[in-house]
Design a protein around this ligand. Sequence first.
Ligand SMILES: NC(=O)c1ccc[n+]([C@@H]2O[C@H](COP(=O)([O-])OP(=O)(O)OC[C@H]3O[C@@H](n4cnc5c(N)ncnc54)[C@H](O)[C@@H]3O)[C@@H](O)[C@H]2O)c1
Ligand SMILES: N[C@@H](CCC=O)C(=O)O
Length: 527
Amino acid sequence: MSFRLTYATMHNSPEAMHERFEAALARVEAALGARHPLFIAGADRDAAQHADRRSPIDTQLRLGEFALADDTDVDAAMAAARDAFPAWRATPVAERARLQRRVGDLLAERVYDIAAAMVLEVGKNRMEALGETQETVDFFHHYADDFERNAGYAHTLPDDPIEGYASHNASVMRPYGVWVVIAPFNFPLALAGGPTAAALVTGNTVVLKGASDTPWAGRLLADCIRDAGLPPGVFNYLSGSGREAGEALVRHPLTAGITFTGSVAVGRHIMQQMAAGAWPRPCIAEMGGKNPCIVTERADLDRAAAGIVRSAYGMGGQKCSALSRLYVHERVADALLERLRQQIAAIRVGDPRRREHWLGPVINANAYASYARYAGELRNGGAHLLCGGAQLGQGSGGPAALARGYYVEPLLAEAPLAHPLWQHEMFLPILMLHRYRDRDEAMRLANDTPMGLTAGFFGGADEVAWFQDHIEAGVTYANRPQGATTGAWPGYQPFGGWKGSGSTGKAIASFYYLAQYLREQSRTVVE
Ligand SMILES: NC(=O)c1ccc[n+]([C@@H]2O[C@H](COP(=O)([O-])OP(=O)(O)OC[C@H]3O[C@@H](n4cnc5c(N)ncnc54)[C@H](O)[C@@H]3O)[C@@H](O)[C@H]2O)c1
Ligand SMILES: N[C@@H](CCC=O)C(=O)O
């Protein structure tokens, strides 16, 4: 298939992709209900307790039983990763990169089956799930290529200018040791696989923990890493809760560094713990977003509407990059609203196993209840709900086909600027809108947030530089109908947040990313 799948191309998928997905879905559904163990020291390990997991699509759909790691399992995983570290660090870069590419190749071979599992586990639609799996493939290849391209960041420096001695100098980068990766529920494969690939290729060993809602995706990644032939202990997988397994990993004495992806509250808590102790340990924290889009009088409104709807409602707004604040010039607001209304009305909400359903359920009962609460807060806080606001699933009295899942309507609300939800990451398909008069006012409002992940702009070509120069966000998109604020891809858009959205100022898959998994050693040798 010559089609190259990315989040920007997934809107025009070829027929063959759907046929292969359908076949994989049937295979995966036929095998539901299995028990999924932990993966430690190269072997499966049963935990003392397991969680029975159901799909957000239909809570009677039983996915399987997933191990809940406890302190003993965390200790075992950390010890395995510590024991494997010296040999893995000493493994030539070319060999580490070869194994890493092999993981990518296996993910690619299994792309349809893994995507089918993620549709069931997360409730995302097939193209989002296929996109995420392909993104993970690309992370494994991208980081292997990048580390080799940078020759492992080893540099020979000039000899010291000392008479009578030959004093040779070099700078090398050395891995830290056991690197912990903590992944979020919404991209449970890509945001587990990306940091894992970065840590492994740079010579660290890894203990990965998946999110409590999505233990399956991480286990499927573990299977690919096992089958690629990485030595036992180099990679270990734990499923389990954040409060137990996650906390135990963060406070573990063998934890040399962490990549955390998730909410601001948990991220800041982990950063504080990593800064405390005998010495500060590195913590790459990729956190939340409250992403704005500015539409000026000169925008192409068809493009704007397409990009806005895709980014505000794709995956039910459960992307850190999702658009949640829309600032539109008052002269074009009504015309844009008309287009948005049409596009929102065309969104088909339903079981994401079916191709025609672009919008599946939200992840769990909490998110489902939060949606109703936020809709109420918007109404009570003086907002005008222009579209949506109703739950469609459990307990809503909505369509029978949706009654066992967590389905909600895409919501668009024109809200007073004083409304507190302008400042709160809801992580749901809820978009708030404000009509502005003056472009600089729009920019001030767009930047009026402690977050700074992604931002979108629709306007004249000669306004783009103004947007890029003034917006406080790590990832920016101008005039992009494929997604106003969403859809970064490794090798095309480095992805990382400013301000409260990220701890390092260095983006995922950027030129500067891998160096964060290494510490510098200066080497002087006098002959
Ligand atoms: N910036 C990014 O690249 C990015 C990408 C995806 C998601 N996110 C953010 O993630 C959030 C949604 O994901 P979520 O709901 O899974 O986030 P979350 O913070 O609830 O959980 C993330 C992970 O942390 C674990 N965890 C929870 N409490 C912990 C603790 N005390 N100690 C250690 N680990 C703990 C969880 O089990 C999970 O594995 C949103 O805020 C979203 O914006 C950010
Ligand atoms: N990389 C994804 C977002 C990941 C966060 O949830 C995007 O760019 O839309």
